[in-house]
Design a binder for this molecule. Structure first.
Ligand code: T3D
Length: 266
């Protein structure tokens, strides 16, 4: 599949996916939703892709659903009533699920506004690095919608119910500098240094023990729905897998030989 709404790049074991509809701050139309799903499947399958970076072309990260496309969709339906549920099931839901289940570190490089489903994409990533001045905004209530794209799942887990609910219903924009102490982003960089700073982090992660990173993600995903004894048991199972990787053997050997490990992701 060739892409018209995305740019993709694989180099140094880092797979970069750039939303590329800058004239609308990279808002999603259906084409982009389909292309993102395809690109994520490729990145998941490709062993050379050991860390993913999601970012936006131009001055936005992603402004969520393209509202022009939404209006056109409504106009095409008889009586103007569209099925939001059906649309979410074929667009944002599979993307968010894939970002969470993909067993490689996924970074959101938030270069500018992240709103609505665009905020959902950022929150579904494992790590968020933002440009100073970039704004995060729930946006849904601005058009009288409730949160989707797992914003109602991730936001309260990251910042607690009261703050999450407040952000959702006031639609107040949160600048990256305020998002940092809230725990919504991992780090903020000057806008002109964001891409190089994230690249450095991503390349380092891409040369780490990929399987162990993936199992760590699996454990933490699962821990949301387990008690401590279940979590302990689940960890023991995952360690059985991690302990049998070549990277584990290399990590122990490197430590004992007082040298840096060379992880291959195997
Ligand atoms: O089934 C379903 O589809 C339901 C799914 C819903 C998922 C959702 O994502 S709902 C939420 C949809 N998103 C929004 O409501 C956000 C709308 N945008 C904004 O609130 C603001 O644009 C931002 C806060 C994101 C950024 O503000 P600012 O001041 O930096 O930029 P701007 O000037 O508003 O936007 C720049 C351009 O992008 C502008 O176009 P123009 O005037 O230069 O030609 C603007 O119209 C366009 N744009 C921004 N967001 C969207 C958009 N065009 C279409 N759709 C957008 N979402």
């Amino acid at each position: 599949m060739s892409y018209t709404t995305l740019l993709t790049d694989l180099s140094d074991n880092v797979f970069t996916l750039t939303f590329n509809r800058p004239e609308v701050l990279n808002a999603f139309n259906d084409q982009m939703a389909e292309e993102v799903q395809d690109a994520l499947k490729k990145a998941e399958r490709d062993e050379a892709a050991r860390c993913l970076v999601l970012t936006g072309a131009g001055k936005g990260f992603c402004a969520g659903q393209d509202l022009g496309a939404m209006r056109d969709r409504a106009a095409q339906e008889q009586g103007g009533d569209i099925s939001f549920r059906a649309h979410l099931l074929k667009t944002y839901n599979p993307i968010v699920s894939k970002l969470r289940s993909l067993e490689k570190p996924v970074i959101a490089q938030i270069n500018g506004a992240a709103a609505g489903a665009g905020l959902g994409m950022a929150l579904a990533c494992d790590l968020r690095y933002a440009a100073a001045g970039a704004k995060l905004r729930a946006a849904f209530s601005g058009i009288a919608l409730a949160p989707d794209s797992a914003v109602s799942f991730h936001l309260p887990r990251l910042i607690g119910h009261a703050r999450a609910y407040e952000l959702a219903i006031t639609n107040q924009p949160i600048p990256a500098e305020e998002a940092l102490p809230l725990g919504l982003v991992n780090q903020v960089f000057p806008a002109d240094q964001l891409a190089s700073a994230v690249r450095e982090i991503a390349v380092k992660l891409a040369h780490g023990p990929t399987k162990a990173f993936g199992l760590t993600k699996r454990a933490m995903n699962k821990a949301f729905s387990m008690n401590v004894d279940e979590a302990l048991d689940y960890e023991a199972n995952l360690q059985e897998t991690a302990g049998r990787t070549a990277d584990h053997k290399e990590g122990v050997a490197a430590f004992l030989e007082k040298r840096a490990p060379k992880f291959t992701g195997k």
